[in-house]
Design a protein around this ligand. Structure first.
Ligand code: GDD
Ligand code: MN
Length: 367
């Protein structure tokens, strides 16, 4: 059974349109379903409109919420009310095309997707006459979320999923963008998109205010900090702190154990310098390991010793690649003066970072 969750606030006029329409579209292809209207006690009488319809459409019911108003909390509570095997969320105002419901249903049941998103940003998708500014804001908002998910339209309020995706996920109801929250915190492997054209509502008004934008930025920040999200961004950040740890450690060792305490770079025995570098390397790799395990990749479920060994091997391999490439560039190809040396160095660091990242993600911390 498909559970359709529709959050509403003052959508009385849309109820007699959307409920029969869903029943018609799903009735034609025999998809058993329930329609759960999650209403925030709308003063316009949305709930009684649903009640009236439920004699003809017994699959529809309304849950009236009296506290914790808002779109996301309504949807999250709706998941708790749902009894179906697939959950689908859509707006009440017919902005989301009802005709694609069977397609979304089938991409989960037959296509093997865990999540399906009705997307405005795929090839055939689109938005019906939005002014340039709203398009631009929407584009910018989607761009900022890009590192968090592979989905082209994580702002969409139109999506379906298997209940297992959100089971146990610590969904916070603060953000307006419940799909983005689910895509970052949920558990899923396959996500697919169905192109939709977003139509402007004809009845009632939009509830999107200016507060929504600030709320969105706060929401983005918490999602970026959430363990396991945007792993490349976190990996680069952790790598940066690791370089500082490395440098700081070498300097401290030289300062306290070097030949000349006041001059960091004068020492009689060059072997000490290499020893100090090796110690700092181990120290920095360990630092990176801890942050990457708990934060970048959220890999605490795997065995930490195995992860540590693999992470270390990747780091050593990357270090060797770095030394060889620099040797080739500087000693053999003559990249030994400004600005060629700097260019070579940046290129080599980029290559080595990619090796480190992929080695960590696909091997050291892979689940
Ligand atoms: N329960 C509840 N509580 N429902 C609400 C609330 C609320 O506080 N605010 C809005 N809704 C319901 C509306 O009744 C409607 O069914 C749906 O949520 C979307 O609200 P609209 O006011 O129509 O928003 P929109 O058309 O501007 O936003 C749509 O586009 C966004 C992407 O641009 C929605 O689909 C959003 O989910 C989507 O993120
Ligand atoms: Mn709308």
């Amino acid at each position: 059974m498909l559970s359709i969750i529709i959050p509403t606030y003052n959508e009385k006029g849309n109820m007699p349109l959307i409920i029969p329409r869903i029943a018609e579209v799903l009735g034609k292809v025999d998809i058993p379903h329930e329609i759960i209207v999650m209403d925030d006690d709308s003063p316009d009488g949305t709930a009684s409109a649903v009640e009236e319809l439920s004699s003809e459409f017994p699959q529809a019911r309304c849950v009236v919420r009296k506290s914790d108003r808002g779109l996301s909390p309504s949807v999250i509570q709706g998941f708790g009310e749902a009894r179906g095997d697939i959950y689908l969320v859509m707006d009440a105002d017919l902005s989301h095309p009802v005709d694609v419901l069977p397609l979304m249903y089938r991409s989960i049941v037959e296509g093997g997707s865990d999540v399906v998103v009705g997307s405005r940003h795929t090839k055939e998708g689109g938005i019906e006459n939005w002014p340039f500014l709203r398009r631009f804001i929407s584009w910018g908002a989607a761009l900022m979320a890009r590192p968090l998910t592979s989905c082209s339209d994580p702002m969409s309020g139109f999506f379906a999923l298997k209940p297992g995706v959100i089971k146990g996920a610590p969904l916070r109801a603060k953000g307006y963008k419940i799909l983005l929250e689910i895509l970052v915190k949920g558990r899923y492997e396959r996500i697919s998109e169905v192109p939709i054209t977003f139509k402007n509502r004809e009845i009632g008004e939009s509830k999107l205010g200016s507060k929504v934008m600030i709320n969105y930025l706060q929401h983005l920040l918490t999602l970026y900090l959430y363990p396991g999200s945007a792993s490349l961004v976190k990996f680069l950040f952790v790598g940066g702190t690791g370089m500082l740890v490395d440098l700081g450690m070498v300097s401290l060792l030289l300062l306290f154990l070097g030949d000349n305490r006041f001059d960091l770079f004068s020492f009689k025995d060059i072997r000490f310098f290499y020893l100090f570098q090796a110690v700092s390397f181990i120290y920095a790799v360990t630092w990176n390991f801890v942050w990457n395990r708990y934060w970048t990749f959220d890999a605490r479920s795997g065995s930490s010793s195995g992860q540590y060994v693999r992470f270390f091997l990747v780091a050593i391999f990357a270090f060797l690649v770095r030394s060889i490439l620099l040797f080739l560039a500087v000693d053999l190809m003559g990249f030994d003066h400004q600005p060629l040396y700097e260019i070579a160095l940046v290129g080599v660091i980029m290559i080595v970072t990619i090796i480190n990242y992929l080695g960590s993600k696909l091997w050291a911390f892979s689940k």
